[in-house]
Design a binder for this molecule. Structure first.
Ligand code: CS2
Length: 486
């Protein structure tokens, strides 16, 4: 039975479903980057608001790069199943918060019209680190990026999120419509500030007055988002089909979920506390704790898992060599971490161990390994800088950096192979043709967009990365590339 409005009453009894009248829900949020994470997180929180009777906050989702989500969800009237897999068993909930899904270039005109409309009060984002076109190390807008150049050349038909937001805000300014709130839900330190910096830098290139107006009137609250949500596989589709539920794109996630939001909205916001979110002035510390403890460990598990032949996070966690490295890494992170008030960071790390060991999730190390150039700076290098400033050595964190290097080198050893990373070509060109020794480490360390200029110059840091790199190359359980062919 296909999931759609008409069939909602015929779902298996164990499946939770919307009991509010979906036809009465008003769209007020546009979400750019409607993937698995948004559907397991913000849309679920919004579902709780709708279920409480406040129908003012429906979501229009848009896929920026592709129309795949539209193709899957539009025949289902935007409905999808959220499968929560945990020790207490699996729970299924059909979410109705996403009213419509747009996708790809063909829908850009319609998307812009909706973003311009006064009814749109929030534009939220999960577009990953690279979607902001910011230099990972310096945080500056990558003005030379082809997509940014293309949008600046034809600003009325934008394709990037920056182009879309600025074009919509331009219309709102001209028509005396207050700006929407731009709500970043990506894993970036100071994600709201980063989104603001990117939008303002882009706007300034087009129209200085508009940039000033945005700066003075729009808000970009920071958020800390958390829920481990692996890419959906056919296994989940078949699992649901066996229960009599045909869902083209369900979402599988863990029980744990957290959302901490800075309360700074131009045109109101849903009471997401109904779903368990909370508002805080301490976002920076929440974000730092999550990025450094969870995501930093995740990236380490990903590269180490890839080098040790472990395909999933739970399998990597069960590998003694990796578990030991992670414990050392967490100790280094905790030593320089400022936890939010009232939070026991040690207990937080303990809870992460449980979450990473979840055998039902099958979170692929390869998935987390993508976009290393964008992730390393926010997840690992911030802690490293803090430790360097305090004169502390960091053998575990630098080994994690070295694991990423080996992962790049190993990928380069296969002709034609590419990294799933916006800097793939640049990184592979740096290492292809080199013998695997200290020179390769120096070449990768010289990538300023990732390591800045301070880290490569720090002789102790360099020596520790080299030591980690050599240790991994010699360790029997770790498979690194012996040589890189041109
Ligand atoms: C992961 C995150 O893919 C990745 O890089 O580290 O998506 C992680 O699962 C989430 O941030 C958890 O909240």
């Amino acid at each position: 039975m296909q999931l759609c409005n008409q069939n909602l009453n015929q779902l298996p009894a164990t499946v939770q479903r919307p009991h509010y009248e979906r036809s009465k829900v008003a769209p007020a949020i546009v979400h750019l980057g409607v993937g698995a994470f948004h559907r397991a997180h913000q849309a679920m929180y919004t579902e709780a608001v709708l279920a409480s009777g406040d129908l003012a906050w429906g979501i229009v989702g848009a896929g920026i790069v592709s129309s795949n989500m539209k193709a899957a969800l539009q025949p289902q009237d935007g409905l999808y199943t959220l499968a929560t897999m945990g020790p207490a068993g699996n729970q299924l909930q059909v979410i109705g918060a996403i009213l419509e899904v747009l996708g790809g270039e063909d829908d850009d005109g319609q998307l812009l019209d909706i973003m311009r409309a006064p009814s749109t009060r929030i534009v939220s984002l999960t577009v990953t680190e690279k979607g902001y076109y910011l230099d990972p190390a310096s945080g500056k807008l990558q003005l030379q990026a082809p997509a940014i150049q293309a949008d600046l050349a034809t600003p009325t038909t934008p394709r990037t999120i920056l182009g879309l937001i600025v074009q919509a805000l331009k219309h709102r300014k001209a028509n005396n419509i207050a700006p929407f709130t731009v709500l970043s839900c990506d894993n970036l330190a100071n994600n709201g500030k980063r989104a603001k910096a990117a939008v303002l830098a882009y706007a300034a290139k087009l129209d200085g007055d508009l940039a000033h107006w945005i700066e003075a009137n729009a808000t970009f609250p920071c958020t800390m988002v958390d829920r481990i949500t692996p890419a959906t596989t056919d296994a989940e589709r078949s699992y649901l089909a066996a229960l009599g539920l045909d869902d083209a794109w369900p979402v599988v996630t863990e029980e744990f979920v957290q959302w901490v939001i800075e309360d700074d909205f131009t045109l109101g916001r849903p009471d997401w506390t109904i779903g368990g979110a909370f508002f805080s002035d301490e976002i920076e510390t929440w974000e730092a704790m999550k990025l450094r403890c969870l995501n930093g460990a995740h990236s380490t598990l990903a590269y180490m898992g890839q080098l040790c032949g472990q395909e999933t996070v739970d399998a990597a966690m069960a590998t003694p060599l990796i578990a030991k490295l992670l414990d050392a890494l967490w100790a280094e992170v905790l030593e320089v971490l400022h936890a939010p008030k009232g939070v026991d960071a040690n207990a937080y790390v303990d809870s992460l161990k449980q979450r990473f060991r979840n055998p039902s999730l099958k979170h692929r190390t390869q998935q987390i390994a993508m976009d290393g150039s964008q992730k390393l700076p926010v997840r690992l290098l911030g802690t490293l800088r803090d430790r360097i400033a305090r004169g502390l050595r960091s053998p575990a964190l630098t080994t994690a950096v070295a694991a990423w290097m080996h992962y790049v080198v190993k990928t380069a050893a296969t002709p034609e192979a590419t990294l799933n990373d916006p800097m793939s070509a640049e990184l592979l060109a740096l290492v292809r043709g080199e013998t695997v020794d200290a020179r390769i480490v120096d070449r990768l360390l010289s990538v300023e967009k990732i390591f800045g200029t301070d880290l490569p110059r720090d002789t102790l840091f360099r020596a520790e990365v080299l030591a980690g790199f050599a240790w991994l190359a010699d360790e029997p359980g770790v498979s690194t590339a012996p040589a890189v062919r041109p």
